[in-house]
Design a protein around this ligand. Structure first.
Ligand code: PEP
Length: 253
C-alpha cells in the first residue's frame, strides 16, 4: 500500500502575515516542482488569506491550526470551518496538545470539530499523544487508544480516508527529545490497529499517520524509514525554510 508522505509545518503563534508570505515564497522557490511528498503549511489565521494567494498554482497546501464546530454565530473570537475552507485551506489541525493544555480542548470538542471540518470539505489533521507521566506509568496505549476512539466517534468509514492522524507524544513536543523511531512505530502500528478494529482494515491501510515531536533534518530519515510513519507534523523546524525543505525531501532508507 502506497501512502503519499505528508509533511506539515505547524507554525503555532509565529510570523506576521508579511513574514508568512515571504516564507512561503522562499519555500516554493526552494522546493521547485517537488512532488514526492505532500507539503502543508499552517500559518496563524490572520496570515491565511495572503499566504493562500501566494500559494495559488503551487503544490503547497494550506492548513488552519484550529477551527470551531459551528458554522457561524455569536462565538466571539472563533473561526468556522466554512471560513477556513473559503480562505483556501485544504487541511485543519484539530486537537493539538497545546490546545488541549491551554484552551480546554477535549476528545469531545475534538470530535465535534472533526465532524464539522469534514462536513465542510476540510481534511482534519487530528492530534493525539500521551504525556511523560502517562508513558512512565505504562498508560500510553490505553490513553492513545481512547483518544483515537473518542476523537473519531460516530464518523462514517469513508471519513477515514479524508483525515490524517498525528501522533505527538507531549514529552517530545518542543523539547528536543524525539521518540525513537521504534517507539513511534510501535504507537503508529497500534493506532492503525485501533482504526482497523473500529472502522475497517481497508480504511486503516490508507490512513496516513504523521509523527510529531522535535522532528528535525537529522532525525527525519530514520523516522520515515518506519513502515507506519507516513509523514511528520513539524513545529520548530518548520519555521526555517532550509530545515523544513530538508524534512520535506527526507532521504528514503
Ligand atoms: C508540534 O507542535 O506539532 C510539534 C511537533 O512541535 P516541535 O516540532 O517543535 O516539537
Amino acid at each position: 500500500m502506497m501512502r503519499t508522505p505528508i509533511m506539515a509545518g505547524n507554525w503555532k503563534m509565529h510570523k506576521t502575515a508579511r513574514e508568512a508570505v515571504e516564507f512561503v515564497t522562499r519555500l516554493q522557490k526552494e522546493l521547485g516542482d517537488w512532488e514526492e511528498t505532500e507539503v502543508v503549511v499552517a500559518p496563524p489565521f490572520v496570515a491565511l488569506a495572503p499566504v493562500a494567494e501566494r500559494l495559488q498554482g503551487t503544490k503547497i497546501a494550506l492548513a488552519a491550526q484550529d477551527c470551531f464546530w459551528e458554522e457561524q454565530g455569536a462565538y466571539t473570537g472563533e473561526v468556522s470551518p466554512p471560513m477556513v475552507r473559503d480562505v483556501g485551506c485544504r487541511y485543519v489541525i484539530i486537537g493539538h496538545s497545546e490546545r488541549r493544555a491551554y484552551f480546554g480542548e477535549t476528545n469531545e470538542t475534538v470530535n465535534k470539530k472533526v465532524k464539522a471540518a469534514l462536513a465542510h470539505g476540510l481534511h482534519p489533521i487530528i492530534c493525539v499523544g500521551e504525556s511523560l507521566e502517562q508513558r512512565e506509568r505504562g498508560d500510553t496505549f490505553t490513553f492513545v487508544g481512547r483518544q483515537v476512539k473518542e476523537c473519531l466517534q460516530g464518523l462514517e468509514e469513508a471519513a477515514i480516508q479524508k483525515m490524517v492522524i498525528a501522533y505527538e507524544p507531549i514529552w517530545a513536543i518542543g523539547t528536543g527529545k524525539t521518540a525513537t523511531p521504534e517507539q513511534a512505530q510501535e504507537v503508529h502500528t497500534f493506532i492503525r490497529g485501533v482504526v482497523a478494529e473500529t472502522f475497517s482494515p481497508q480504511g486503516a491501510e490508507v490512513l496516513r499517520i504523521q509523527y510529531g515531536g522535535s522532528v528535525k533534518p537529522d532525525n527525519v530519515d530514520e523516522l520515515m524509514a518506519q513502515p507506519d510513519i507516513d509523514g511528520a507534523l513539524v513545529g520548530g523546524a518548520s519555521l526555517v525554510v532550509e530545515s523544513f525543505a530538508r524534512i520535506v525531501r527526507f532521504e528514503r532508507r
